[in-house]
Design a protein around this ligand. Structure first.
Ligand code: ATP
Length: 238
C-alpha cells in the first residue's frame, strides 16, 4: 500500500482580496512523482509556496509525514525534509556555483555529509562541476536550472517541490532536465512537480492534478489523464 507523504486538505489562500486557492486538496505518496498542471495564473506556484511555508493558508490543513505544517516557518519546513526549486531558478547571481550549493545546505552542520552531497550534485550535473567557480548569474538558463535543482538537493530533501523546471528552456534541454528529475526520483526523492508543459510532466509522473482558477478540476493516474480526451484537448494540443 502506498504511504501518504504529503496531504493538503481543503486549503484556501488569499493575496489580500484575491482568493487564489479555493479549497485545494492534494495527496502525494512516498516515492512518487506527482504533477500539478494548469494554465497561467491557475494557482500552481501559490500551491507550492503555501506548502513550503512562504504563504499561509487562511484555513485547511497541510501535513507532511503525519505532522501538521500549515503555517509553519519556511526554514522549519526545510528542516523537516521539504525543499523547493523556485520558478525562474532564482540562483544567487553574484555568487559562484559552489557558494550557491553551500547555501542550499544552510540548515546542516555535518560537513562530511555536505561534502558528499556536493560531490553527488557534481556527479549528477557534470556541467556544474566544470563551472564550480563561475558566477551563477553568468550561467545559461539550463545551467541555472541545474544549479537551482542541485541547491535544493543540498538540504537532502525527502520531498522536492519543483516549480516549472522547463520554463524558457529549449526542447532538448527540457528532455535532459526531465530525465534528471526521473533519476532523482528513482534514487528515493519524492517529487511534486508544477508544470505548464503538460505533455512532459504527464510522461514522467505517477499521479496528476489539474488546477483551473484556484480549483482542482481533475485528478488521477498520470497515464490515464494523458490519454483522456478532456486533457488532450485542453492541455496537449488536441
Ligand atoms: P504561472 O504558470 O503563470 O506561474 P500559476 O498557476 O503558478 O501561474 P500563481 O502564480 O499561483 O499561478 O497565481 C495564482 C493567482 O494569484 C493569479 O491570479 C495571480 O495573479 C495571483 N497572484 C499571484 N501572486 C500574487 C501576489 N503576490 N499578489 C497578488 N496576486 C497574486
Amino acid at each position: 500500500m502506498a504511504k501518504t507523504m504529503l496531504k493538503v486538505d481543503n486549503i484556501n489562500v488569499y493575496y489580500g482580496a484575491i482568493h487564489a486557492l479555493k479549497g485545494i486538496s492534494i495527496e502525494v505518496n512516498e516515492g512518487e512523482i506527482v504533477t500539478l498542471i494548469g494554465a497561467n495564473g491557475a494557482g500552481k506556484s501559490t500551491t507550492l509556496r503555501t506548502i513550503s511555508g512562504l504563504l499561509k493558508p487562511k484555513n485547511g490543513q497541510i501535513s507532511f509525514e503525519g505532522k501538521s505544517i500549515g503555517g509553519m516557518l519556511a526554514q522549519n519546513i526545510v528542516k523537516l525534509g521539504i525543499s523547493q526549486v523556485p520558478e525562474g531558478r532564482r540562483v544567487f547571481a553574484h555568487m559562484s556555483v559552489q557558494e550557491n550549493l553551500e547555501l542550499g545546505a544552510f540548515i546542516r552542520k555535518d560537513s562530511k555529509g555536505i561534502k558528499e552531497d556536493m560531490d553527488m550534485v557534481f556527479t549528477r550535473f557534470p556541467r556544474l562541476a566544470e563551472r564550480r567557480t563561475q558566477l551563477a548569474g553568468t550561467l545559461s538558463g539550463g545551467e541555472q536550472q541545474m544549479l537551482a535543482m542541485g541547491r535544493a538537493l543540498m538540504s537532502r530533501p525527502r520531498l522536492l517541490l519543483m516549480d516549472e523546471p522547463s520554463m524558457g528552456l529549449a526542447p532538448l534541454l527540457v528532455k535532459e532536465i526531465f530525465s534528471i528529475i526521473t533519476d532523482i526520483n528513482k534514487t528515493g526523492t519524492t517529487i511534486l512537480l508544477v508544470e505548464q508543459n503538460a505533455h512532459m510532466a504527464l510522461s514522467i509522473a505517477h499521479q496528476a492534478y489539474v488546477l483551473e482558477t484556484g480549483r482542482i478540476t481533475l485528478a488521477g493516474d498520470a497515464k490515464e489523464l494523458a490519454a483522456s480526451e478532456e486533457i488532450r484537448k485542453a492541455y496537449l494540443g488536441g
